[in-house]
Design a protein around this ligand. Structure first.
Ligand SMILES: [Zn+2]
Length: 495
């Protein structure tokens, strides 16, 4: 057993010990998941699962691959995709306004009788990442086959994110078929270059944000990819479905550190070459990490999980407020959890002289930081300068500040929570921090309530197939996806 695991177990032991004898009654009574109050007016949502499967399979068969260099994009595939949407969702194309924004982004506008109310927006991206050349043969079913086999729909985009896009389209089309009349406008926005341009001010999502801003349209809320429903099962401790609602995104920045020196022949080296001095600076940075904090989002995530554990475990979990310092210590020693608690420091590239017998005249290293909401690129630069001290040059290469944090007491967040819980008694709904970037952050000019959540039950193994080999989605998760979007739309546009 390695030291880290031992430390963690020791911590858990301490946590358990501290919990014993404290608030056992509280764990048995107030500290537990609230029972779901059934809303009698909510009928189960009708979903044509077979149609969803067929449409998702077809969508995957059209390789809508974007590129930063637009001259390298096969636009005919996007045109084919638009044609496919037109054929598959006739009512949406008949009853909604459809606009093409930027090169191939699509904006659907479902008008209500209340144009004075802030509209809601459902966002998804049409593009998918390419398959890494040489790995095509590793796929069990060809990546653009859309094969429906072994209980899955297979192919690039099955998880990221044609499942979500087609789920939204199915939901809206079905609501139209059912004669639903929203009392608030609805926008469906489909970006076309999220995978390559999400951070660029000229990407499809940014242009759609500009459209809203320039037309004085403020959005009530927006939902995009980001979170998912993950099964969490630990024998005798917890058995639930964790719906992680992304309420913010980390930022990132790359800095180049460099040290200059005279150089010369390696036969007469100084005590420390430029590279040696730089190595010292790198060590300092790694040894002086940003402070890890149990953020309110993480606290609330742990708290929600804690409330859903079995009785004896809840005795410990209910003491989370007192155990905060200990939990912070334990979690900050587990890298995947620590990355949700601090701005991370990763030294990724380094260079010295061009030959083995030449002393470097300049040694450089690149450090990549993932920035926590609440901190900025400038904060990171100040931290580096303070830690490495004099003699090391610090140069900003490129970076982006974190997103804003969306509130968890908004109408939209509560509707997500209510929708999840009304559909799944095992749902544990909690806010969390998205590590990667999405199109959603482009809409901060026109929306304060931005949530990142895909309502499909998957396991971690499947999530990791996004951008990788054998990307696939369980057929069994599809019905819930459409039902969620239908109910979400209904609840947010009924008044
Ligand atoms: Zn995506």
């Amino acid at each position: 057993m390695n030291k880290k695991v031992k430390n963690v177990l020791k911590g858990v032991g301490a946590l358990a010990a501290a919990g014993v004898g404290v608030s056992m009654a509280r764990a048995a009574t107030t500290y537990k998941a609230k029972p779901i109050v059934a809303d009698a007016s909510l009928e189960p949502e009708k979903v044509d699962v077979e149609r969803f499967i067929q449409h998702l399979s077809k969508a995957i068969q059209i390789p809508t691959i974007a590129n930063r260099d637009e001259s390298l994009v096969d636009w005919s595939k996007f045109d084919e995709f638009h044609e496919f949407l037109k054929e598959s969702y006739p009512l949406m194309h008949e009853k909604l306004d459809v606009k093409m924004i930027a090169t191939r982004s699509l904006m659907y506008h479902w008008k209500s009788s209340h144009p004075e109310k802030d509209p809601i927006c459902l966002l998804a991206h049409q593009d998918v990442v390419p398959v890494t050349p040489g790995t095509e043969g590793d796929w069990k079913y060809p990546p653009f086959s859309g094969a429906v086999e072994e209980g899955f729909v297979w192919g690039r985009g099955a998880i990221d994110m044609k499942n979500h896009l087609i789920g939204v389209m199915e939901a809206v089309e079905t609501l139209l078929e059912e004669g639903y009349e929203p009392e608030r406008d609805i926008y469906v926005c489909l970006g076309h270059n999220e995978e390559v341009m999400a951070e660029d001010k000229t990407c499809g999502a940014a242009c759609m944000n500009d459209y809203f801003r320039d037309n004085g349209i403020h959005l009530d809320c927006l939902i995009d990819e980001g979170g998912a429903i993950l099964g969490v099962k630990v024998d005798k401790v917890i058995d639930g479905h964790l719906a992680g609602i992304g309420i913010a995104e980390k930022g990132h920045v790359d800095f180049e550190l460099s040290v200059d020196a005279k150089g010369g022949h390696s036969s007469q080296p100084p005590k420390h070459s430029a590279l040696g001095k730089l190595a010292k600076a790198i060590c300092k940075l790694e040894n002086n990490q940003f402070k890890a904090e149990l953020t309110p989002q993480l606290y609330s995530l742990f708290n929600e999980i804690g409330k859903n554990t079995t009785y004896p475990v809840r005795c410990v979990a209910s003491n989370l407020p007192i155990l905060k310092p200990l939990v912070t210590k334990i979690c900050s020693s587990i890298p995947p959890v620590a990355s949700m608690m601090r701005t991370t420091t990763a030294v990724t590239m380094s260079q010295g002289s061009p030959a083995p017998n030449v002393l470097p005249q300049k040694a450089t290293a690149v450090v990549n930081f993932r920035i926590m909401p609440g901190q900025t690129v400038e904060d990171v630069e100040a931290h580096i300068r303070k830690v490495v001290g004099k003699g090391v040059d610090v140069k900003l290469l490129a970076g982006k500040n974190p997103s804003k944090i969306s509130p968890t007491d908004s109408r939209a967040f509560k509707v997500i929570e209510q929708t999840c819980k009304s559909m799944d008694p095992q749902a544990i709904v909690a806010p969390y921090l998205v590590m990667g970037g999405t199109d959603a952050r482009q809409f901060e000019d026109v929306c304060d309530n931005i949530y990142r959540y895909s309502p499909f039950l998957v396991d971690l193994g499947l999530v990791l197939t996004a951008h990788a080999t054998d990307e696939r989605i369980p057929v069994a998760s599809l019905e819930n996806g459409v039902a969620f979007f239908k109910r979400y739309i209904r609840l947010l546009t009924k008044d």
